[in-house]
Design a binder for this molecule. Structure first.
Ligand code: FBP
Length: 551
């Protein structure tokens, strides 16, 4: 059964950049010529050049109109990592671009993320599948997974499976970890002379796959709009009931882009930006103090309610806690078997016996449920599951302690009631906004252009996205040019660098210029739900951060 909106959205034809459109308004197959642009040098380049001898030091390429290539191709696609609105449209774009060049070309969808490539589980994607999923949220067309691709055994299986299916190229739609997988696979394939191209697509609601070339990852716009609607509703409720402080944690495993974007949309009383906490080397108590200050000042004018936004990744950015988590990550990475053999009651003691004295103090100071959450299973990349750590509840506890102290000193006379929320999964599979629907479709076309140009180890990207879609410019950027070396599971590994919030950038400057007033006022904005029809100012709006960055 389909909802009415689903039926209407299926009929939406994503807009395409002019480069992919003929004057008759039909997408065409003549975009293959590329222009080269030298990429900037990287840190740790001596290590990277050794790890990626075939794919290091490639130029960025822009896609311009050229001669049409209509060779029949077979392309495999995989969705990797957390869901992000628009994934189905990347696949729809791939399908349309492939078929327009050569109607006999085939698109295979590998099931369940990168493990589908290893286990050779795929479906043939045809018009019926595309029609069913176009412009819809979720990754349910072929599902997703977080399997790490970094060992020769898996690479060999992938090469065997792709060769058997006659696949010319694999498109990996994912975030920083998944595109690191793509780069490793591309290098292995070249070293072993397997005729298989590997192309990446920048996906993640977190918005941290971003650089000079990648303006925003897909899914960020929709997820932020969904969270902003929900926060706007809560703000209205808070301003009506006037009795609760709402502590809202927002997804974003590392970077605070989502929190910043939502703050610019809503004007909450407090928006904590983890990158600033890290730069100013703030302790947990100092972070809580910012909130307490606003609570006390608002209470003085009778406003015992408010909105606090907290980025999911905050906990790792508080220097003392970040150090503690890094130590736990390392010890769990290097002693995983020993740890797994213990029962749950022994975990805390075992960790404490391995921590440095400083981290032991921090660990001992945490409420026991938070300490336990820090020891939960790591993902395959060695990341702690920050979405399961209840930072919002931890902050409520610390704030309460402070307010009790102030009360005993006669400096706070009101009642503090707090409610915690966590918005994450609510936004990851939403119907993509028009921006994400168009962006993703164009990324699919870009991937096909890069494949027809014979490129491998490249990520698709689109520039000029603050302009109308017709003026968007597609590019390819070498995956290795985005890499750095980081410690994962206690070992140095090549990874695509996460882009954190730029504290010198215009979006953060807007927050900084206004937050003292927002902390006291109840000047909330309620953006309402995503719009698909009506004035373009509403239906085609782009992320506020993107607009500010391009001002
Ligand atoms: P990606 O980096 O794979 O896009 O995932 C991002 C994210 O949504 C984070 O915001 C969150 O911390 C994490 O996924 C949750 O992962 P899981 O889906 O495995 O619970």
């Amino acid at each position: 059964m389909k909802s009415n909106l689903q039926r209407h959205r299926q009929k939406y034809t994503p807009k395409l950049p002019n480069i992919f459109v003929k004057s008759s308004d039909r997408a065409v197959a003549e975009v293959v010529k590329i222009k080269q642009k030298k990429t900037t040098s990287m840190e740790n380049s001596d290590v990277l050049v050794e790890l990626f001898p075939h794919t290091y030091d490639k130029p960025a390429v822009s896609i311009v109109k050229g001669k049409s290539v209509e060779k029949k191709l077979c392309v495999g696609v995989v969705l990797s990592g957390g869901q992000a609105p628009g994934g189905h449209n990347v696949i729809a774009g791939l399908f349309a671009a492939l078929k327009q060049r050569n109607n006999s070309s085939q698109l295979l969808g590998f099931l369940g993320g990168p493990s589908g490539l290893i286990n050779n589980r795929y479906i043939v994607i045809d018009e019926i599948v595309i029609e069913q999923f176009k412009n819809s949220g979720g990754f349910d067309m072929i599902q997703s997974g977080r399997t790490k691709l970094d060992n020769t055994e898996d690479f060999k299986k992938i090469a065997t499976n792709c060769t058997a299916a006659g696949i010319n190229a694999i498109v990996i739609i994912g975030g920083d970890d998944s595109n690191t997988n793509a780069a490793l696979l591309a290098e292995w394939v070249l070293t072993n002379q397997v005729p298989l191209q590997v192309i990446g697509v920048p996906k993640t609601i977190d918005g941290d796959l971003k650089n000079d070339m990648i303006e925003v990852s897909f899914g960020f716009d929709t997820a932020c709009k969904v969270y902003s609607e929900l926060i706007g509703n809560i703000a209205k409720d808070a301003n009506s009931a006037r009795k609760y402080w709402h502590f809202i944690k927002l997804m974003g495993r590392s970077a605070s882009h989502i929190t910043l974007e939502c703050a610019l949309n809503i004007q909450p009383n407090i928006a904590i930006i983890a990158e600033e906490v890290s730069q100013r080397r703030m302790s947990l108590k100092q972070v809580a103090h910012i909130i307490v200050d606003s609570i006390v000042k608002r209470a003085q004018v009778g406003n015992n309610f408010g909105i606090v936004l907290i980025p999911e990744g905050l906990i790792e950015f508080i220097p003392e806690v970040g150090k503690l988590i890094a130590e736990i990550n390392d010890m769990l990475g290097t002693n995983s078997k020993e740890f797994a053999a213990l029962n749950e009651n022994q975990h805390i003691d075992w960790v404490q016996s391995h921590l440095t004295p400083q981290s032991n103090l921090v660990f001992a100071d945490l409420p026991i449920h938070i300490a336990k959450q820090m020891l939960m299973d790591r993902d395959q990349h060695g990341n702690v599951n920050v979405s399961a750590i209840e930072t919002e509840k931890l902050l409520i506890e610390v704030v309460k302690q402070d307010l009790t102290k102030l009360k005993s000193q006669g400096k706070y006379l009101s009642q503090f009631s707090a409610i915690s929320h966590f918005f994450g999964y609510e936004g990851r599979s939403a119907y993509p906004s028009n921006f994400d629907a168009d962006y993703c479709y164009a990324l699919g076309f870009t991937a096909v252009s890069l494949i027809y140009s014979g490129l491998t180890s490249y990520m698709c990207c689109i520039k000029n996205m603050h302009l109308p879609v017709s003026d968007w410019k597609p590019f390819g950027i070498p995956l290795v040019s985005m890499m750095d070396i980081e410690k994962r599971k206690g070992v140095n590994k090549p990874v695509i660098k996460k882009a954190l919030v730029n504290l010198d950038g215009k979006p953060f400057a807007r927050l900084k210029a206004n937050r003292d007033n927002w902390a006291i006022d109840s000047d909330y904005i309620s953006p309402g739900p995503i719009q698909y029809f009506g004035p373009t100012e509403l239906s085609d709006s782009t992320p506020v951060s993107l607009q500010l960055e391009n001002k």
